[in-house]
Design a protein around this ligand. Sequence first.
Ligand code: XMP
Length: 507
Amino acid sequence: MKNPVVILDFGGQYSRLIARRIRELNVWSEILPWNTPLEQLESHNPLAIVLSGGPASVYAEGAPGLPAGLLEKGWPLFGICYGMQLLVKEAGGVVQRSEKREYGVLPIEIGDSPLFDGIQRPLRALMSHSDYITQAPPGFEVIASTPSAPVAAVADGQRKIYGVQFHPEVADTGQGKKLLENFLLGICAIEPNWTMGDFISETVEAIRDQVGKESIICGLSGGVDSSVAAALVHKAVGDQLTCFFVDHGLLRLNEAEEVMDAFADRGMNLIKIDARQRFMDRLAGVDEPEAKRKIIGEQFIREFEAAAAKLGDARFLVQGTTYPDVVESGDGQSATIKSHHNVGGLPEDMEFELCEPVRELFKDEVREVGSRLGLPDSIVWRQPFPGPGLAIRVLGEVTPQRLDILRLADAIVREEIARAGLDREVWQYFAALPNVRSVGVMGDQRTYQELVAVRAVTSVDGMTADWARLPWPVLERIAHRIVNEVDNVNRIVYDITGKPPGTIEWE
Ligand code: XMP
């Protein structure tokens, strides 16, 4: 895509959020690694460059630095946190080393600068740093400060180079988006004319370029990510695409039938593979979460390979990978939390080249693309469901009996939340089977049976989440129905953990 705002990623947890905030301003943005050579940056024709935060100290050995010659290029630059410190150091200012960390949403004293046009005082912003700046570089003005960060923002208005020590991209910095708007639309005079429609047409072109006349296959799970990815590829290359729906036996109640029905009249080639037994055989005796994820990820690929071999010679594989998957599987710079099966779990000897048309998008952006492509609400608003399916909600070893218990309990959770009209308010809601048995009493008899955990979370993009404050009567109905309708369950708990410190799934 042409003329982006480029975000140079120095390994901060918030780099994706910067991209997202900029896109919300209707300006296309792309993230490139910090060590992208200058010539490659030039080939993108950036309208401006944002330098992200990062975990390093500018003085640490091997710390990421600016691409050589960046300051001389004349591009408008905006440094955030570590990105600002790099700018300042490179331009001749002083960064003071410190082991003490300043963290929290703090009031920032701001001066007069076009960067702060329309910003209400005090500006409260997230600070998260150790090193701090004591002296602005020659030619730069200090435009903000706090008691512990005397140089909290700098500006060289002439060269359109700005830096802020705080994080305007996070929701905690309430006026942060306005600040980015001031820089990009005000100071840099960028036209806010990028839309999701542009994303679709440019992505369709890119898919055609990548795939050419070759065949491409897609593992369609019925989830919004893979469905939207498949719909984009179908729009681009039509019948060159064949979709496989793998029934791995780890699906929710009636899910296989529902997905096949939803795609029945979209004119796509869609084949169902019954792989239930093969997955069950491979998972027998395995109880470690990462091991389960890796096995399932690999078996998926083996299923595609076998199915594709029957078709002929497909060269490409569509994956519905999204931004949070990429970040959380560790892109080499931020920490690995879990191997999401469509990223970290891919076997090294995989025979396909990947086509990942929604890799750059957050979930809500994927939904918008889905709606624009005319996918039905039942798909676009389907709650996220992990590729490894119920295997990561049956904690410990996955057996057909425990899957049956979970499936019935989960169906009740989903039914009751939908019945209460909360299904769009709550990001994800499901049951998990934690591998705990407890003593109870039913009909004067002692019972010693499974515990079911109910989980419902609110979230914007799955990267952070809060537990949903479900009304008591809804929880009561769920608990009542599960113990009455599902054999071998005598106790229900509700999970009130956010993310962090928990994750949304239990494994
Ligand atoms: P966690 O549990 O990491 O989940 O907080 C964040 C979101 O990602 C989903 N999830 C997955 N999606 N493959 C996927 O496609 C996976 O391996 C996977 N693991 C978790 C999870 O359901 C939640 O929406």
